[in-house]
Design a protein around this ligand. Structure first.
Ligand code: SF4
Ligand code: SF4
Ligand code: FES
Length: 501
């Protein structure tokens, strides 16, 4: 450990660590463009200057190791003047088109200008212009005039995806970011450059001009695209007289799972969530009232007591699986988790994994049977089949059984179900998930549904005359006892590795 003094205050840091990392970790505002924790230092932007006692000139914090006893100034007339001059250089050819820029509201350049810039332009010659719309491929658009040449995007394709699509072309103020000939930006993680870009130079074709960022409400959730379960923000907004809608997913830092990134497939999967949240119940394919369908299911459950099979999805939350187990006892049903979704062309050696069902580990943890042989025999002797969170009716020989489907997406062939009842989708409910590596995480998003749709927890509570309508209730009423000492409060804060065979 080392003790350093920053703006008159002593702080404890790691000896030899990068000064910028220690300052940022202690919530000390250090302007920076080229440094990023996932990409390391590059030293090209010079924005992170600090004064260090004993050094003649200001130094860049991203390339200065911490030494015990250092005395540092990050603010004050002298260092502010240095930062202002560097910013003036960065902005010399900038178009200052913040009012129409998609990054406005979350732009480092804008923030730093408000912190230490605040100067009038002294430029009397025309600005060097660049192209305002360069399609780099993979949903990413470049505005050359807004680029501060921090090279974060270039280093991402060089060091993280190792696909090397981007580079810097030309010199001096004609330098621009470009793709190499016939090599568009097309890797499976390409859209992360939009998050990495500290200014509005790289924007997402999918999101740009759809919503001002200050209107968006970011909920903490996890992606349900595959069993990696990357931590994400669900940015949504409910405008007056309009439905709540998701506008984008963004990566949420989680050192155990996805670091700073997510894949493009997962990022764009919010669109299905928007579509699925609006599905309506149906009885043999004909649209029905929610409450009427709920009651019809209750009658079917009571009528078929002891003669039914519950087939549950491996993407339901831990709490949902736990209460469904209880419900299977109540109705004397056979509970099976057989059949999870797998795509052997999906995974790679970074984040994506072939297992697409996001919570199979919870099934294993709860000891839910996933064998086919026993399920086949049970289906034969059942009168009623109830599918929870799935609609793969064609995968089984259900013949003339009565079939109920609770799902968060409209089934492809809804007429195949005696009753289809929509349930709240992944981003409209809270819940716990255990990812492919055994990390348990809590998803907290609350995008409103636009109709009467209830969560599966609420429905199971109704059918079991129980009170566990929220995940917390489920933990309090039994789940906590089997959780290896992990509490509901623990997982609100961080992901935790569990011991699951
Ligand atoms: S496009 Fe953005 S990330 Fe890339 S060099 Fe320019 S400012 Fe940096
Ligand atoms: S890797 Fe899987 S969990 Fe992560 S963003 Fe992609 S689809 Fe979602
Ligand atoms: S962040 Fe230090 S030089 Fe760019």
């Amino acid at each position: 450990m080392a003790t350093i003094t920053v703006d008159g205050q002593e702080i404890q840091t790691k000896e030899n660590a990068l000064l910028i990392e220690e300052l940022l970790a202690n919530n000390i505002n250090i302007p920076h463009f080229c440094y990023h924790p996932s990409l390391g230092k590059d030293g090209n932007c010079r924005m992170c200057m600090v004064e260090i006692e004993g050094k003649k000139r200001p130094q860049i914090a991203c390339d200065t190791p911490v030494v015990d006893g250092m005395v540092i100034r990050t603010k004050g007339e002298k260092i502010d003047r240095v930062k202002r001059s560097i910013l003036e250089l960065e902005l010399i050819n900038h178009p200052i088109d913040c009012p129409i820029c998609d990054q406005a509201g979350e732009c480092s350049l804008q923030n730093y200008y408000m912190d230490v810039g605040l100067y009038e332009s002294r430029l009397s010659t025309p600005k060097t212009h660049g192209k305002k719309h360069v399609d780099l491929g993979a949903n990413v658009v470049l505005d050359q005039e807004r680029c501060v040449l921090c090279t974060r995007c270039v280093r991402f394709t060089k060091n993280i995806t190792k696909t090397n699509e981007l580079g810097v072309l030309n010199r001096t103020d004609h330098s621009v970011i470009t793709t190499f000939p016939n090599q568009p930006l097309s890797n499976a993680y390409a859209m992360n450059v939009v998050d990495l870009c500290p200014v509005g130079a790289l924007t997402s074709k999918d999101f740009r001009f759809h919503k001002r960022v200050w209107f968006l409400k970011p909920d903490e959730a996890i992606c349900n695209g595959c069993a990696r379960g990357c931590a994400i923000y669900v940015d949504h907004h409910k405008a007056k007289y309009e439905s709540d809608a998701i506008f984008r997913y963004r990566p949420r830092f989680n050192n155990n799972i996805n670091g700073y990134f997510i894949c493009d497939f997962g990022r764009l999967s919010y669109k299905q969530e928007n579509e699925n949240r609006n599905s309506l119940p149906s009885i043999r394919g004909k649209e029905s009232e929610y409450e009427y369908s709920m009651m019809k299911i209750l009658r079917l459950l009571k009528h078929n007591y002891g003669k039914m099979t519950f087939l549950i999805s491996a993407s339901l939350s831990l709490e949902e699986m736990f209460v469904l187990k209880k419900m299977s006892y109540k109705y004397d049903a056979y509970l099976s988790g057989y059949g999870y979704v797998y795509d052997e062309s999906f995974g790679d050696d970074f984040l994506k994994v072939n297992e697409l069902s996001i919570n199979r580990k919870s099934q294993v943890f709860l000891g839910i049977n996933t064998e086919y042989e026993e399920l086949e025999a049970r289906i034969k002797s059942s009168e009623l089949i109830v599918l929870f969170g799935r609609d793969d009716v064609d995968a089984f020989a259900f013949e003339d059984k009565t079939i109920i489907c609770f799902n968060d997406a409209l089934p492809k062939e809804k007429e195949k179900f005696d009753v289809y009842l929509p349930i709240k989708t992944h981003t409209s409910k809270e819940g716990t998930y255990i990812n492919c590596d055994g990390y348990i995480q809590y998803s907290k998003s609350h995008v409103e549904t636009n109709n009467d749709t209830k969560s599966l927890l609420e429905l199971v509570a109704f059918y079991c005359e129980d009170s566990h309508v929220e995940p917390k209730n489920v933990w309090d009423e039994g789940l906590q006892e089997i959780m290896q000492g992990i509490t509901f409060e623990d997982i609100q804060i961080e992901s935790i590795k569990m011991d699951i065979k």
